[in-house]
Design a protein around this ligand. Sequence first.
Ligand code: BEZ
Ligand code: FE
Length: 293
Amino acid sequence: MRNANEANLTDAVLARLEGAKDPRFKKIMISLITHLHAVIRETELTEKEWFSAIQFLTSTGKQCDHRRQEYILLSDTLGVSMLVDAINHRKPDGATETTVLGPFYVSGAKDMPMWADIGGGAPGEPAYVSGRVLDVTGKPIPGAVLDVWQTDGEGFYDVQRDGGHEQYARGRFTTGADGRYGFRTVKPVSYPVPTDGPVGKMLLGMGRHPYRPAHVHAIVTAPDCERVATHLFVEGDEYLDSDAVFGVKHSLVVEFKAHPAGPAPDGGHSGVPFFAAEYDFRLVRYPAQLRAG
Ligand code: BEZ
Ligand code: FE
């Protein structure tokens, strides 16, 4: 084709997909090209603006390595991660809802016994988090594994601390016959997503703040059940309605109740005031035919 112009260019590009062998790839590319061209037409993008978009994408790529993934942050802050999550994890009523994984998950956290302290000396106010892992009918699930991680009380994950800091505020717990789990920790606080890269500049340009409301992350797995990657959010946090990555769901907001020194949820005695939160995870079992296969 010659004489491509404003009117026929989109069709010309789409026509070049005729030879695409993978139908799913073809479908996605048709949609991507159609929408991308529509944005350019709708905004009458200038050459200068297109060049700065290319510079933005280039610097986003340059901010990616084994410690930092600026493209995931871009996806998170544009609501793309949560949209993909929503489409891929449609859950029945009563099941624990999913939310973003985030970049601070570290596989291979230590296995810990019930009521162990994941805080490991991290700064913050003492807290106890406990509950059960159940199926959606309310039946306890023994042998479920909770992989939890969170910030300390200053808003930092261990991996954000300089100098190969020892692991803290993360751990793995396995439920017993009654489906119960429990651990000691520090109360998480709200914190900003990384703002020293291109995504930070983008947020500033959009007039947005970079904060996430305080939360504990959890990935819960159990035999024959759908895996759940989620958070427990701290009730009352000022950013619950404006999370920088759109991850908050009402069903995941939990009260961290303030208690004076005294009897503690682990059956012991706390010599200092503490917070206590309770949450039951409800997992969806795979249909029997999938389990058998
Ligand atoms: C997090 O919760 O750890 C997180 C999620 C998305 C972007 C940055 C941080
Ligand atoms: Fe987080």
